[in-house]
Design a protein around this ligand. Sequence first.
Ligand code: F6R
Length: 420
Amino acid sequence: MTQADLDDPAALAAADPWGMLAAVAGAGAQARAAGALAEQAALVGPMPDTVVVAGMGGSGVAGDALAALAFAESTAPVVTVKGDRLPAFVGPGTLLVAVSYSGNTDETLSAVEQGLKAGARLVAVASGGRLAELAKDRSAPLVLVEGGSQPRAAFWSLVVPVLSAAEAAGVLRPLRSQVAAAADALDADAAELGPAVPTAANPAKQAALRLAGKLPVVWGTGQLGVVAATRFRTQCNENAKVSVVSAAVPEADHNDVMGLEPGLGPGRELVLLRDPPGEHQRDGLRLAAVREALGADPIVRQSGDAVPLARLARLVAFADFTSTYLGIARGVDPSTIATIDRVKAALAAGAREVNSPGAGGAPPPGAGGAPRLGAGGAVRPGAGGGPPPGAGTAVRPGAGGGPPPGAGEARRGEGLGARP
Ligand code: F6R
């Protein structure tokens, strides 16, 4: 695909059959809807001693966003967990926010099981699945978000309730005006970076074309820039199917920078996602020294000077648009994630084997490390990921129904209940 194709609406539609660009362009509306939903949720205090957010992939990044915002204002430490195991400090004083778009992600469910045993206070954010059932069973607060998208395309539907849970517990200051400002920033970015804006005037299309065929090396500044750098990496992984390196400034100056020696060369591009209000006063100098040493001319995106959530929104929008254009420029469908689907399906099949009597019986009660998605006959190919095989004729998301890529499938795990 060439530059002309990124500017050709028909070519874009053909290259993006599941509508990832439309989902990204709708992020502002998504944030507003999420704000309204979270305000109706029964989220309460008290102020916890510690906060842990458990979640994976496109859901788990919501924990990164909370940790970054809490960094400057919370007296309680906020830790994100992207795996099955929780830290030893988790106990009755812990607010455990579990976030899984499908509600059936193995690792997140393991973490919740462990947290509940340790007496942690659970808040769940999911579109359904086992996590939603578990929250209902335990009478734990549940924010039930709308299903039918790719988890990573539901970023704001997930981030806003995770932040709201922290706000209700007294960890974050009132958020309402920040969510409104973030939604406005997302609308403004869609107007600047969206598919209708030609490449000549569109920094995200320009960045995607520069990154095509290169290894993107993405650095973030400040707490928010680092979250955005992670988001840029994972969005390029899933939307564009490429490997990316991401790192944090100033730590990158002490190690990652060596990977760029002697200069970027033909194979790499440096992307700087800068959050000036969150930077240390010497970060500008640090970056200038790197540019000088490498002779590099990086792709730079700045967050502006609005409230923190709006600044994060600006950097995330750039990551989301750029990665989607990069996928299209590479000729891959931005929405589908076949290998993630295969890995999840293999895990689910393994769990079925472990849990079926002929295969040696169910795992012992409380066997923390056992695969648990027997509950996830759930996670079939296409579940939690792209459209199911052969769904080519299906109605696209956002086009009034049809099989959602991922979440709809994941919901089928509900009630299969191999879990205690
Ligand atoms: C898919 C995506 C994945 C999922 C991850 C966890 O769009 O972003 O990274 O988010 O596999 O699944 P969920 O979000 O359902 O818990």
